[in-house]
Write a protein that binds this ligand. Structure first.
Ligand SMILES: [Ca+2]
Ligand SMILES: [Ca+2]
Ligand SMILES: [Ca+2]
Length: 375
């Protein structure tokens, strides 16, 4: 009995010395080695929780075995509680490097065409449409970040980490419902997430607008009209006159419903390459415009005007298919005006050169179509 009581006194003195030493070190090293000091506490708290969690007759025995910690002698006094408090605080830190701040998701943007809009944590969307998000994240320590994402339903079509701070995600869903997309960023030790709820109560319908060949053709300035053509020429003729091309697509299935709205559309050309005559070096670019030329192709349709959709560089030109928000916008104005045909006018920015050969592209009309989504 006496031996045990001596031991207790010895451990008590030792524990006081340990605390004093610890406090002195902490005062000296409050910047340089906080992490080392804290990791010492973590270890100690581990021992504390083992012992206090084992509330039985063996506790005295264990106290002696674990030996020299400040926690082992005292019963349930203030020192022990203090030690436990410290232990809990540290244990709640995510890793052995507790001052490391988790990364921050600053913003999530929704991209539409050339615009991007910062969004809150919920949006409404339309089924079958593609939604293009950008996540912006930063980290206090500028650590290498890993961007990630998951969704409760629908599909992630594309995800791409652009650089340390930005990533892109394209998502879509086929049917109505409530979905969530969780954006995730990790710095190697911490993870931060943000969830965007997406409510879909409307689903878009696909459409295909076929060319209407009788109204497709080309016009040689002040000279000839070629309509009902399989292949439409854009360029110049052998006499140095400009030639413009005209394309009509049947949109009667859309314009029959005054409430219908085209959400996105693209000009398509499956396995289609335009044939080039001569060379295109006289021009810089091919302009494709939405242009209402009505129910017949006339000399007056050579006029300037229309809404520019795209300019394709003449150098290397081989296809004319493209996706562009301008197509949907202009289609909607044709639909609002109850037009049966959606029409395009094509011409190079420079009218012609003075050689004696045809320079231009021949467009295979029947390979072309416009497809997209409407509701
Ligand atoms: Ca960090
Ligand atoms: Ca006309
Ligand atoms: Ca020529």
């Amino acid at each position: 009995m006496k031996n045990r009581s001596n031991k207790k006194i010895f451990f008590y003195i030792l524990s006081l010395l340990t605390i004093v030493t610890f406090l002195s070190l902490a005062a000296l090293c409050n910047q340089c080695s906080i992490s080392n000091l804290l990791s010492g506490i973590t270890t100690a708290s581990g021992e504390i929780s083992e012992i206090t969690g084992d509330d039985n007759l063996e506790s005295d025995e264990q106290n002696e075995q674990t030996g020299n910690g400040e926690n082992t002698v005292t019963d349930e006094d203030a020192e022990s509680e203090e030690a436990e408090d410290e232990g809990e605080e540290v244990a709640s830190e995510p890793d052995e490097n507790p001052e490391n701040q988790p990364p921050v998701i600053n913003s999530i943007y929704l991209v539409t065409g050339d615009d991007r809009e910062e969004i809150d944590d919920s949006i409404t969307a339309i089924g079958k449409m593609y939604y293009d998000f950008i996540m912006e994240a930063t980290d206090a320590e500028n650590e290498d970040l890993t961007h990630d994402a998951s969704c409760s339903g629908g599909m992630i079509i594309h995800s791409e980490q652009v650089d340390n701070n930005y990533s892109r995600l394209v998502w879509t869903a086929e049917s109505e419902g409530n979905y969530s997309i969780t954006f995730i960023v990790r710095d190697g030790s911490n993870e931060t997430t943000r969830t965007v709820n997406v409510d879909i109560d409307d689903v878009a319908t696909e459409f295909v607008a076929e060319p209407f060949q009788d109204l497709c053709g080309h016009i040689v300035k002040d000279t000839m009209i070629y309509d009902g053509e399989d292949s439409v020429l854009v360029g110049d003729d052998g006499a140095g006159r400009q030639v413009k091309g005209y394309l009509s697509f049947d949109i009667s299935m859309l314009s029959g419903d005054p409430d219908s709205e085209v959400l996105m559309a693209s000009l398509r050309c499956d396995s289609c390459y335009v044939d080039i005559s001569g060379d295109l070096s006289f021009a810089e670019k091919l302009d494709i415009k939405a242009f209402d030329y009505g129910n017949s192709l006339d000399m007056g349709d050579f006029a300037v005007g229309g809404t520019l959709l795209i300019s394709i560089p003449a150098d290397g030109l081989s296809r004319i298919d493209f996706v562009n928000p301008g197509i949907a916008d202009t289609m909607n104005s044709f639909i609002d005006n109850e037009k049966r045909y959606y029409q395009l006018k094509l011409g190079f920015d420079v009218a012609a050169d003075s050689d004696t050969v045809i320079d231009g592209i021949w467009i295979p009309v029947n390979d072309l179509y416009i497809n997209g989504l409407y509701h």
